[in-house]
Structure formats: C-alpha cells, structure tokens
Design a protein around this ligand. Structure first.
Ligand code: PEP
Length: 251
C-alpha cells in the first residue's frame, strides 16, 4: 500500500510572519495522526520560521527549487546541503513555472534531482504537458520524456526517495482541473514508464501525485483514483481550511 503525500506549494507567497500564522493554523487543523504525509514547500526565506513552527507536528518542510552544485560561485543560489542543514526534507524540482520562466531543461532538472538525492533530500519531480502538447496528442510522449530524462542515473534504490508529480501545465493556477479520469490515465501511464525503466516493483512502490487546481471540492474525487497517490497543491495550500480538507480527503 502506498501512503499518500499531500504537498503544498506556496510559490512566491507569504513573509516569515505570515508563514508562521498559516502553519500554526494548519497544525491545529490537522493535529493527530493524518493518514497521509503532509508537506509544505515554502520560499527559502520562510524555511527557518516554518521548520521551527512545525517542530513536533506531522508537517514536513520542503523547498521549491535548489541549485545542482554543492557550493561555489553561483550568486543568489541555494544548494541541497544548505537545505538539509536548515531542516528541509523535501524539494520540488522541475516545476513547470521553473521550466517556463527560468529556462530549466530536462538536463538541469536531472542534475538537480541527482544532487538532491545525494544530499539526502526527498524529491518531488514535476512533469506534465502543455495545452498545445495535449491538443497535439503528445501528452504521453512529453511525460515519458520528462520522467526518463529527469531520472537518468537515478538508481532503483534512490527511487524510494522520489515522488513524481503529474501536473498538466494547462491546469496549474488556472482553476481548470484535469478530470479524475484524465488525471488517472496519465498517472497510470507514468507508473508504466517507471515499470519500463526500472521494474514492476518500483512502479508499484512509487508515489505519483496529481497537481493542477486541486482544491477542497475536487480533491476527494481525484484522490480516490487508483494511481493518484496524493497532490501537489498550489493556491489551495495558502488557505489552512482548504488544505486541511484536502489532507482529510487523502485519508
Ligand atoms: C502547483 O503550483 O504546483 C499547482 C498545482 O498550483 P495550483 O494548485 O494553484 O494549480
């Protein structure tokens, strides 16, 4: 049985003071022992505050990006060992906004994945097609390429620390969610890619999230599908009530 993972992606929102209020609210709403893992992926400047505020709760902390080098002359960047040293356990890699606005390629994504795993972080690897790719009928080709190239050099043992987030780009931040069936179909296809590259056991074990306008109203349907093992949640993760409802829906 795969344990579901609900991860919030706060994107470029919330100062440390605002972050402290949100995780405080959230911790109160999901106190106890949720049936899924709960992660909040926060801006770099919020990490120290959120790590401190979530100590002793079930909420884990993630970052939204990192640089692939361990250290060096990369002004403005943050490395995987730095994140680990700050108490971060997860990192989102290859989010479509980073691919679109910051020129990330499958090759840089792969370098970041390997660097994160080497440092002991759990990776949330984002893949997904654009609207044009879906309309052209190359959704599977796109997802297959992003998964295969993103995981080049990653061993089957390391795969235990990788989550794949299937996020159709046309559904991110648009309010347009993939239907339960559309999301399930591509998540199942993604699992098949893992079986092809690794093994049936690896495919069976890997957590595959859906992301793209998941909210309190649609989460239960999406999370009831057999190949959807959680969610990467943007907008709705900024509201404690909505995010807590999604966590409950994963139970
Ligand atoms: C995301 O940021 O990964 C995301 C899925 O955003 P939203 O839920 O707002 O569509």
């Amino acid at each position: 049985m795969r344990r579901k993972v609900i991860a919030g992606n706060w994107k470029m929102n919330l100062t440390p003071a605002e972050a402290k209020v949100l995780v405080g609210d959230l911790a109160g709403k999901i106190a106890g022992n949720p049936a899924c893992d709960v992660v909040v992926c926060v801006p770099f400047v919020d990490i120290a505050t959120v790590v401190e505020a979530t100590a002793g709760t079930c909420i884990k902390v993630g970052a939204q990006n990192m640089h692939q080098a361990e250290k060096g002359a990369f002004t403005g960047e943050i490395s995987a060992p730095m994140l680990v040293a700050c108490g971060v356990e997860y990192v989102v890699i290859g989010h479509s906004e980073r691919r679109q606005y910051f020129s990330e390629t499958d090759e840089t994504v792969n370098a970041k994945v390997k660097s994160a795993l080497a440092a002991g972080l759990k990776v949330i690897l984002c893949v997904g097609e654009t609207l044009a790719e879906r309309e052209t009928g190359v959704t599977e080709e796109t997802v297959s390429r992003q998964v295969k190239l993103g995981l080049v050099g990653v061993t089957e043992a390391q795969l235990a620390n990788v989550i794949i987030a299937y996020e159709p780009v046309w559904a991110i931040g648009t309010g347009v969610t993939a239907s339960d069936e559309q999301a399930e179909e591509t998540c199942a296809f993604t699992r098949g890619v893992i079986a092809e590259v690794y093994s049936a056991a690896a495919a069976d074990a890997i957590v595959i999230q859906y992301g793209g306008s998941m909210n309190a109203a649609n989460a239960a349907g999406l999370l009831s599908m057999g190949n959807i093992d959680g969610g990467l949640v943007g907008g709705a993760s900024l509201k404690a009530d909505d995010f807590a409802t999604i966590v409950t829906a994963a139970g």
